[in-house]
Design a protein around this ligand. Structure first.
Ligand SMILES: Nc1ncnc2c1ncn2[C@@H]1O[C@H](COP(=O)(O)OP(=O)(O)OP(=O)(O)O)[C@@H](O)[C@H]1O
Ligand SMILES: [Mg+2]
Length: 505
């Protein structure tokens, strides 16, 4: 008989207008990884928040080591040995690395003052042990999203936890870091720690899960050993129907070069970056996290400075110093960091979606709310955004659904050139397909997409050409007929470099 570490019985949780969890029961065995799978808005994060005392359940009982417990707040959760890596990275960008590490458990000296010397000492020790290259006094805002996520992961698992809840822990880290995380998970399991693991990446789930529970619309559909399941079965249970996991790619005749980036340089970050995109083309950017893809796109979009480089639209040189310049020239970017550059928390989903195309809804001194709602409603239906009403605050949407709203924002303003940085991150398999279809519609209208993605199958499935970056350089560009995971990985790891002739043609 397996030892049950965590047992949940009959958990119920409602929000105004939404029943997020209904009669949720499942059990997590000691020393195992228990995956929770379900579509965007299925209730996964809500359940995690109940387990860490962030939300109070309306009904139900939690047992740890078969003893009933009441978890009223995160501090109590920690006392019960529960720690969580949250889906939304809720960091304060002005905090330093060490402040973040010790938040909520800062050591005090005998005068009751924070012992900063000790904090510094322990932070240095910790960073060294974990092979993290940043300084303890570095502000979080100077780190990349992946660095912050890695810090969160390591913080949670070194906290002597018995139960670690991981809500999409790998959404922003590279394959190398994923490997590191999986090694850590293995170590934790051996120590008898139980892990609840949430991810939309099915291959990942099947790599590490011992048990898989599927949730649909707030209720448990099934709970089985992973070895008795396969990916297609889990997906079918998640979406409640059979799904073909294919890419709706259409090969279209391409138009003129509409977008050219020439010789972008920023010392120590990227160098000699040149690429182009044609009308009707989907151009991909592959590479390991940290290769500099996001940094290049941010510089192109005017979010970050560059030392040199030129941008041409329709063959004409353009000056883009700020995102406003880019937008006025028909170029938009969906940023990787949705928290810092995207979601407007205190606003409704409609306002969040329409904010970039207000000129369509405010003209002649009048606001045209009805049209705004019609347009937003239409795109939401297309993307399958799960929201109680069009006036709901965006902060009450599930992570994946909030993501879709941001994507809808840029879809609505119908730009000529869309730069999408990890557009399907955190989005469930069914909705991904809808987003790919939208992308196809966009290029069919003669518009252009530049897509940065860490998911090779999606790049290979949807792109016409793929540039590959490694350590700040473009190491190659592949045509669709030459796409293969192996070739891309060779270029991404620097084992191969075919960039010399590129952009000469
Ligand atoms: N604070 C809140 N207020 C109101 N409704 C909420 C709140 N948090 C979640 N919900 C609703 O509860 C439901 C479940 O959301 P939850 O965040 O648990 O989904 P999820 O399974 O984690 O999805 P995702 O894969 O997108 O992260 C959704 O319908 C969501 O809109
Ligand atoms: Mg979630």
């Amino acid at each position: 008989m397996d030892e049950i570490k965590l047992r949940v019985e009959g958990i119920e949780k409602s929000f105004p207008g939404v029943k997020a969890l209904s009669n949720i029961s499942f059990r997590v065995r000691k020393g195992t990884v228990h995956a929770l799978c379900g579509e965007n808005g299925a209730g996964k994060s809500t359940l995690m928040k109940v387990l860490t005392g962030l939300y109070k359940a309306d009904a139900g009982q939690i047992y740890i080591d078969e003893k009933p417990v009441e978890i009223r707040n995160p501090i109590q959760a920690r006392e019960y040995g529960i720690s969580m890596i949250a889906q939304e990275l809720n960091y304060v960008s002005e905090l330093s690395v060490e402040e973040n590490l010790f938040m909520g458990r800062l050591p005090v000296n005998r005068f009751g003052k924070v012992d900063w010397k000790k904090v510094r000492r322990e932070a240095i020790k910790f960073l060294k042990e974990e092979n993290l290259s940043y300084a303890p006094d570095q502000k979080l805002k100077t780190l990349t999203v992946s660095d912050i996520q890695m810090l969160e992961i390591i913080k949670a698992i070194t906290n002597n936890a018995q139960i670690v809840l991981m809500d999409e822990p790998t959404s922003s880290i590279s394959e190398r870091e994923v490997k590191l995380l999986f090694e850590k998970i293995q170590e934790l399991k051996e120590k008898g720690v139980s892990i609840v693991y949430i991810s939309h990446k099915m291959d990942e789930v099947f790599r590490i899960a011992d048990d898989i529970t599927v949730i649909r619309d707030g209720a448990v559909v099934s709970s089985d050993r992973a070895e008795d399941l396969d990916i297609d079965t889990v997906i079918a249970r998640m979406v409640g129907r059979k799904m073909e996991n294919v890419y709706p790619k259409e090969i279209l005749p391409l138009g003129d070069k509409v977008f050219e980036v020439k010789n972008f340089c920023q010392k120590g970050i990227f160098d000699q970056i040149s690429f182009h995109a044609r009308k009707g083309e989907i151009v991909g950017f592959a590479g390991l996290v940290g290769a500099g893809r996001t940094e290049v796109m941010r510089a192109v979009y005017g979010l970050d400075p560059k030392e040199s480089g030129e941008i041409l639209i329709d063959g004409k040189p353009q000056t883009i110093r700020r995102p406003e310049d880019a937008i006025s020239k028909g170029v938009i970017m969906l940023s990787e960091d949705r928290k810092e550059y995207g979601i407007i928390p205190v606003r409704s989903v409609t306002e969040n979606a329409s904010v970039a195309s207000l000129k369509n809804y405010f003209y002649g001194g009048m606001s045209h709310k009805k049209k705004e709602k019609e347009d937003v409603g239409r795109i939401f239906r297309k993307m399958n955004v799960k929201t109680p009403t069009l006036d709901t605050l965006i902060s009450s949407l599930s992570g994946g659904n909030a993501q879709k709203v941001l994507l809808a924002r840029w879809m609505l303003c119908e730009p000529e050139i869309m730069i999408l940085d990890e557009p399907t991150r955190g989005i469930d398999v069914g909705a991904k397909f809808e987003i790919y279809k939208l992308m196809t519609d966009i290029v069919k209208e003669g518009r252009t997409i530049v897509m940065v993605s860490s998911e090779l199958p999606e790049l290979i499935g949807m792109c016409d050409r793929i540039y590959v970056m490694c350590q700040g350089l473009i190491t190659g560009c592949l045509e669709r007929k030459d796409f293969s995971q192996e070739k891309i990985m060779m270029l991404a790891t620097g084992l191969l470099n075919t960039s010399d002739r590129e952009e000469e043609r």
